[in-house]
Ligand binder design. Sequence first.
Ligand SMILES: Nc1nc2c(c(=O)[nH]1)N[C@H]1C(S)=C(S)[C@@H](COP(=O)(O)OP(=O)(O)OC[C@H]3O[C@@H](n4cnc5c(N)ncnc54)[C@H](O)[C@@H]3O)O[C@H]1N2
Ligand code: MOO
Length: 401
Amino acid sequence: MLDFDVAQSRLAAAGKPPSITEACSLNDAYGRVLGQTLFATQDLPPADNSAMDGYALRYADYAPECVLPVQQRCYAGELPEALQAGKTIRLFTGSLMPEGADTVVMQEDTVEADNMLQFRHIPVRGAHVRLRGEDVRAGDQLFAKGTVLGAAQIALLASQGYAEVTVYAPLNIGILTTGDELVPAGQPRSEEQIYNANGPMLAALAQAMGVRVRHVLHAQDTMESLESAFSTLLAECDLVLTVGGVSVGDKDLVKPAIEQLGGTLDLWRVCMKPGKPVALATAQEKTIVCLPGNPVSAFAVFTLLVTPLIRQMQGRSTIMPAVQYGRIVTPDPLYEKREEFLRVQAAHDRAGLPALTPHPQQGSGIMSSLPWATGLARIPPATQVNDGDVVAYYDLQSWLA
Ligand SMILES: Nc1nc2c(c(=O)[nH]1)N[C@H]1C(S)=C(S)[C@@H](COP(=O)(O)OP(=O)(O)OC[C@H]3O[C@@H](n4cnc5c(N)ncnc54)[C@H](O)[C@@H]3O)O[C@H]1N2
Ligand code: MOO
């Protein structure tokens, strides 16, 4: 059996970062991957300004009991005059600091009457001034090529005046479900049939990673149906995921169909539970990954083995999200020959590692365990694991992003 970590890195290595970039408006850039390293074009803030609604003064002009005339009222978006000796200028949050002023007092610490200002407290030299460049300096690196653009990155780029960024072309994915027992949701189901859950599940998983889902096709268990679906998918997608039909059953025709199209398929028995039968194939210079048909197995394989490949093909700089740790909660000792990934709920308390409680049903057909789980706890192979032991924890929020 193929070691889990070896399978994970082999799959990631099967993909190449994209070679095509495109311009993208910052307004549409959420979730896109930067195709270019970006630098700050200007200091942030671009000029000294007030952090409070208040008054600007030259600190040296303050003396106990002093009363200073208000020279100007300067709103954010207006240009202040140079501060005259012995005077103050009324400012608002974001107003530029007048030349000559070095300190701001909050309006709550003052009394203004007849354009004269009195102080209720002794000012603090330099207080409430946001200095030019204290946040970002012109020329600083903002984001490296391969960064995924989220709200925080977009905010910083907007603050630098970037209206458009260079991003990698989106990854187009095709999904192929197989099996004569399957019917799509919305159609009548006969006794011997089940609804197709893997198609919509994989499409949603891919979308959550910022992938463009070009096709979700279903093939009957015949060579004709499979070959026809593969022809479309290989022509129009960068990466194809198939699900079901690659284990040892009589109707497992995915491998011969790929070979018929001139491709090759390497069927692995990965040392993981769920998710043992996984195949890596190539045909017409496209990568195909075949996932096991049991929905829970397909979910686990997508999360742990396929997402690093997708990140690689999207051009992201981080391929493997961080693995966390937690303490397993189990009344009885756990033991499994394969590396086991249990669907667990993590409960965080103030101190220490999260407690990881496994779902009571861990079968690879128990779909209700998926929306219940927050992550997967990794139980090492052929090792007894007891209540409270520390195990690796793959958090779904980070692994499926
Ligand atoms: N004799 C053996 N039988 C099986 C083995 C084995 O080693 N020897 N491995 C088992 C394991 S582990 C898994 S995982 C499955 C994988 O089988 P396949 O990848 O070939 O998948 P199928 O047989 O087509 O389907 C498995 C199961 O999942 C249901 N399924 C498939 N597609 C969907 C879908 N789109 N939506 C909902 N459910 C789906 C299908 O009806 C089957 O019940 O093989 C074991 N058997
Ligand atoms: O690989 Mo299977 O996923 O254990 O049911």
